[in-house]
Design a protein. Structure first.
Length: 371
């Protein structure tokens, strides 16, 4: 049986997180193990295309979680609201540091000390969360508007920063803010976390009977963002002196955000109306951090170095399936471990939150469970 904490989680958010984890697993498997001569084929291109959506989903859902924490602290004094948000950002930074230390240590002596400074997605989460901590001073629609505005600003500033001469700035700092194909810089990737904060701040304002309609609007907005992003990216002119679609374009942010909203609406429909009972996709989503952490070591570490860049497409498909099954086993081991069966003290509820969502959801513990 699942622990109480797991059973109180929100199915469609965990399912969406699990889908992102699964696409990440297959994308990294092909990136690490596929032989060079096969990397121009359609299978590899599509694996990297779909795998590239996973970071946007993870960042968006981190923003939702970040906002739910702000919702729980709305009755506190202003400074305590900000410090509470900063503590969450510190937690993400500590995870990023531990992750980098572990990968560096496991790669010794082939690893270089500069590997410790690499800006990965966990670093991005911590940095962006720290930058957005001040939005905890607001609540309701004010916070929604400010967070959404911050997301637009982070996306819009990315091409401008790319055009600046930033070589005088140390790489350890520059990697956090200057768009790069090698790092998860705040510009523009942090925009997804900001938009997630806007979405999470909306949750207490939605009544239980309104959720189906809200997700319908999310799907329509998603379609609009994808189409709008594609339209503006294909214009023969640009307001930016330097812009690359796959690196720093606001149009790419719009497309990825639109796809994220469409996937969220699909996850809502699937888990609420088309599926019942245990779901392996949702199971992966409940332990996505552990899945991310362990699979990076397995795929990019020294454990299977003999197979790096040497497998065929079919062998990579098999390796990806084996990896997914292994990560599912890890997830089950974590959620069903004896120490998780300890009683968890109940959390105070927010009176404005919906009690139930027909037909399958219970949102009474929405903010308390999404940590």
């Amino acid at each position: 049986m699942h622990s109480s904490r797991t059973s109180n989680r929100i199915p469609f958010l965990d399912w969406l997180r699990g889908l992102a984890a699964f696409t990440m697993l297959q994308g990294h498997t092909f990136d690490s193990f596929l032989r060079p001569e096969s990397r121009k084929g359609a299978v590899f291109i599509f694996s990297q295309f779909f795998g590239g959506q996973a970071p946007a989903v993870f960042l968006f859902l981190t923003g939702v979680t970040y906002a739910l924490g702000m919702n729980r602290r709305e009755q506190l004094p202003p400074w305590e609201r900000v410090t509470g948000a900063l503590k969450r950002a510190r937690y993400l930074f500590l995870l990023a540091i531990l992750f980098r230390l572990q990968t560096w240590a496991f790669s010794w002596p082939r690893s270089h000390w500069t590997d410790l400074l690499k800006v990965d997605i966990l670093n991005n989460m911590g940095a962006t969360a720290a930058l957005l901590a001040m939005v905890a001073l607001w609540s309701g629609m004010q916070r929604v508007k400010i967070a959404a505005g911050a997301g637009v600003a982070l996306a819009a500033l990315a091409p401008l920063v790319s055009s600046l001469d930033t070589h005088a700035i140390p790489m350890a700092i520059r990697s956090y803010f200057v768009p790069s194909y090698d790092f998860f810089s705040v510009l523009p990737w942090g925009a997804f976390l900001a938009f997630g904060v806007a979405a999470g701040s909306l949750i207490p304002m939605v009544e239980s009977y309104q959720w189906s309609r809200v997700m319908q609007w999310a799907a329509l907005l998603g379609f609009g963002l994808v189409l709008g992003g594609q339209y503006f990216s294909n214009l023969p002119f640009s307001i930016y002196p330097q812009s690359e679609f796959w690196l720093n374009s606001p149009a790419l942010v719009a497309c990825k955000l639109g796809v994220t909203l469409l996937l969220a609406a699909g996850a809502f429909l699937w888990t609420g109306f088309l599926s019942a009972g245990w779901s392996w996709m949702r199971q992966l989503g409940t332990t996505s951090l552990a899945v991310y952490w362990v699979h990076i070591e397995l795929v990019y570490g020294r454990w299977f170095i003999a197979y790096k860049a040497s497998l065929s497409v079919w062998q990579c498909l098999l390796a990806g399936a084996v990896l997914a099954v292994a990560m599912l086993g890890l997830s089950l081991a974590i959620t069903r471990a004896p120490w998780r069966k300890r009683r968890i003290a109940p959390q105070p509820e927010l009176p404005a939150q919906p009690e139930a969502l027909e037909p399958a959801y219970s949102y009474r513990s929405f903010s308390a469970s999404q940590r």
